[in-house]
Design a protein around this ligand. Structure first.
Ligand code: CAA
Length: 260
């Protein structure tokens, strides 16, 4: 599939998805969300890819939300269908086997903030701005924001952001735990790729099983969560990488993982 609104590149096991509609500040219309979903499915099935980075093109915006121009003429049925495409796509991102890092290079509003919350780790540039402006447009967040944002920052900050439709800057986003790190814009991608490389050099199956256990366990009680951990921990001992990782430690050498 040729993508009109998305750029894709991959190098040394690190994939980069760039939302590329700069004239609309990378707003997500149906076409862009559909392209994103198609690409995410392909990357999820690609065992060569160890880490995924999602960013926006240009220096002003990560994603300025769902496309308001497109949404403005939708009726209730069409609006709901549009929400469903976004919800399903972001859930697929959340459940990709590989860790996904959001490199937030500017506005992350509405669907943009929601996209970042579907990622595992968020790094932001100093000029980034976050918010859920939906109630100011007469709608609720619709790409998972009512659910994921409060789980990331806690229900107090999540509700404040959603009820006020206000914007916060990168430092405030850092203070409330919405992003892990804030760096000058020109350092964002290098910092994100340094993080991606650090993750990519570890045993891929162990990284992916850790992600799966965290994601599955986070929404249930701790005993059920520990049962997931029990499963994945045991599974690791059936991998070549466990033999290699522990063998390398015992032999005082660097491990070389194959993802097997
Ligand atoms: N949808 C469609 N077009 C958008 C857009 C969006 N979400 N955000 C920006 N654009 C377009 C603008 O219409 C404008 O296009 P034209 O040049 O053709 O007029 C272009 O991008 C540049 O934007 P501005 O001129 O507005 O740039 P600015 O610097 O003055 O303001 C901004 C930047 C504060 C981000 C402002 O564009 C803005 O408020 N955008 C809307 C943000 C928003 O409300 N997002 C939430 C959408 S609802 C949602 O996401 C629902 C959901 O949960 C799924």
């Amino acid at each position: 599939m040729d993508y009109k609104n998305i750029l894709y590149s991959a190098e040394n096991g690190i994939a980069t998805i760039t939302i590329n509609r700069p004239k609309a500040l990378n707003a997500l219309n149906t076409e862009t969300v559909s392209e994103l979903r198609d690409l995410v499915g392909k990357i999820a099935a690609d065992s060569e890819i160890k880490v995924v980075v999602i960013t926006g093109s240009g220096s002003k915006s990560f994603v300025a939300g769902a496309d308001i121009v497109e949404m403005s003429t939708k009726n209730a049925v069409e609006g709901r269908a549009f929400g469903k495409i976004g919800q399903d796509t972001f859930t697929e991102i959340e459940n990709m086997p590989q860790p996904v890092i959001a490199a937030i290079n500017g506005f992350a509003l509405g669907g943009g903030c929601e996209l970042s919350c579907a990622c595992d780790i968020r790094y932001a540039s100093e000029n980034a701005k976050f918010g859920q402006p939906e109630v100011g447009l007469g709608i609720t967040p619709g790409f998972g924001g009512t659910q994921r944002l409060p789980r990331v920052v806690g229900r107090g900050y999540g509700k404040e952001l959603i009820f006020t439709a206000g914007m916060i800057d990168a430092q405030e986003a850092y203070r409330i735990g919405l992003v892990n790190k804030v760096v000058p814009q020109e350092e964002l991608m290098d910092t994100v790729y340094a993080l991606a490389k650090k993750i990519a050099k570890n045993a891929p199956i162990a990284v992916q099983l850790s992600k799966a256990a965290i994601n599955r366990g986070i929404n249930c009680d701790v005993i059920t969560g520990i049962a997931y951990e029990d499963e994945v921990f045991g599974l690791c001992f059936a991998t070549e990488d466990q033999k290699e990782g522990m063998g390398a430690f015992v032999e005082k050498r660097k491990a070389t993982f194959t993802g097997k």
